[in-house]
Design a protein around this ligand. Structure first.
Ligand SMILES: O=P(O)(O)OC[C@H]1C[C@H](OP(=O)(O)OP(=O)(O)O)[C@H](O)[C@@H]1O
Ligand SMILES: [Zn+2]
Length: 382
């Protein structure tokens, strides 16, 4: 029996977490004596934001290691576009079939979060964005959520179960403030007792007006005030934030920054990034729509073949000016443990890329973006 509704990872590894039609059709193929060698490409036909950031590769590598298949893919954190094969899997179909469910699940969910994070980070235009939304999802996938948000470019994450190397960030809950007899005593205790390396960011909207609480917190001493104003009180949040900034400046607290959280979306950030110093984003990242990848046969026993709506034959993505590393590296995010985003290349138009048949000679100076990761079940040193 699984605990907390989550699954034993060994069952995923063995193909036990799959859509029932796979084992059913495997059995028929076996009885029919069929097991073609295939090339399967993972791609997406439509990307609402016009681009995607690839994430979830760590789990796919684990899934296929030790299995008699070969895998090539765009490196994790790469930007990709509609119709581009982000991953290519080769092997006998019966060695791949039932793993399609887990393969797509790993990529769809993590890439959706990484893409939303990258979009929000690019809209924030240099203002730090923190992932505060792991509470909006099942805790068993908190490490995946925070890792994908980090790959998408956030400056830090709130969940302590995040993979090592990702900075943790957080402030204080309203429950903490309410545990004291006043917000002032809550802030004073935090200023005095919180670990020295914890930023003094005080939550300023619990019992009274943001302007009054922000000034009171600044007088006690803080580096920033967090506004998490409930929807019922929001009204014109821009005016509220503008008043808080004005009063802080007028009273000599120009250095006290403003941190905004609570239902923050990319549109909010676009509208407020000129008067807010950093953002805590929950559901807009953690609950991001998945990227709707599909896995399709494009070659069978060496012959190009594909279902309607897909182009047959194995392909390569070429970066025409040879800057493969820019596209094949973190394009909107970064690898785990890297100190900062590799700079957002979200401006990368797909004009600089070309998808060609695997057998076709590319233009001079072009760089291949799909790289071999696993050969016959063994990871390829990259
Ligand atoms: O973008 P969202 O999905 O809204 O979540 C982001 C913030 C908002 C929420 O505030 P509260 O719900 O007031 O929780 P708390 O009092 O614990 O901060 C909590 O601080 C989350 O980290
Ligand atoms: Zn709260």
């Amino acid at each position: 029996m699984s605990r907390f509704g989550s699954l034993d990872p060994d069952l995923i590894q063995s193909g036990g977490c799959t859509d029932i039609y796979f084992p059913r059709c495997e059995a028929v193929l076996e009885k029919a004596g069929l097991n073609p060698s295939v090339v399967i490409e993972v791609s997406v036909a439509s990307l609402p934001l016009g681009f995607g950031i690839l994430a979830g590769l760590d789990s796919v590598m684990e899934l296929f290691s030790g299995k008699p298949v070969s895998v090539s893919a765009l490196p994790e954190g790469s930007i990709f576009y509609e119709g581009e094969p982000v991953m290519v899997i080769e092997g006998y179909y019966l060695d791949i079939a039932r793993f399609e469910t887990a393969l797509l699940g790993f990529l769809c969910h993590a890439s959706g979060i990484a893409t939303a994070a990258a979009h929000i980070v690019s809209v924030a235009a240099g203002r730090p964005v923190f992932s505060f939304g792991s509470r909006r999802q099942h805790p068993a996938i908190a490490p995946m959520i925070e890792r994908a948000a980090w790959i998408g470019g956030v400056a830090g994450v709130s969940n302590t179960a995040a993979p090592a190397g990702i900075p943790l960030a957080g402030t204080m809950p309203h429950a903490y403030v309410l545990s004291f007899d006043s917000p002032e005593s809550a802030w004073a205790a935090y200023a005095e007792y919180a670990d020295p390396d914890v930023p003094r960011i005080m939550l300023c909207d619990t019992l009274s007006d943001e302007k009054a609480e922000a000034l009171a917190a600044a007088r006690i001493g803080c580096s920033a005030v967090r506004l998490d104003t409930p929807r019922s009180r929001r009204g014109d949040i821009r005016s509220i934030i503008g008043e808080v900034r004005w009063e802080l400046d007028t009273h000599g607290y120009q250095d006290v920054k403003i941190f905004l959280s609570g239902g923050v979306t990319a549109a909010d950030i676009a509208a407020l990034r000129d008067i807010v110093d950093s953002f805590g984003v929950g559901g807009a990242i953690a609950n991001a729509p998945v990227i709707d990848f599909s896995a399709d046969i494009v070659e069978k026993d060496g012959t190009p073949i594909a279902k309607r709506g897909r182009r047959s034959g194995r392909k390569q993505i070429w970066r025409l000016d040879g800057r493969g590393e820019e596209d094949s590296g973190p394009a909107g995010g970064r690898g785990i443990g890297e100190s900062s985003p590799a700079g957002s290349h979200l401006g990368n138009s797909r004009a600089g890329r070309r998808v060609l048949p695997h057998t076709q000679t590319p233009p001079a100076g072009a760089a291949p973006l799909l790289v071999e990761l696993i050969r016959a079940g063994r990871p390829v040193a990259t």
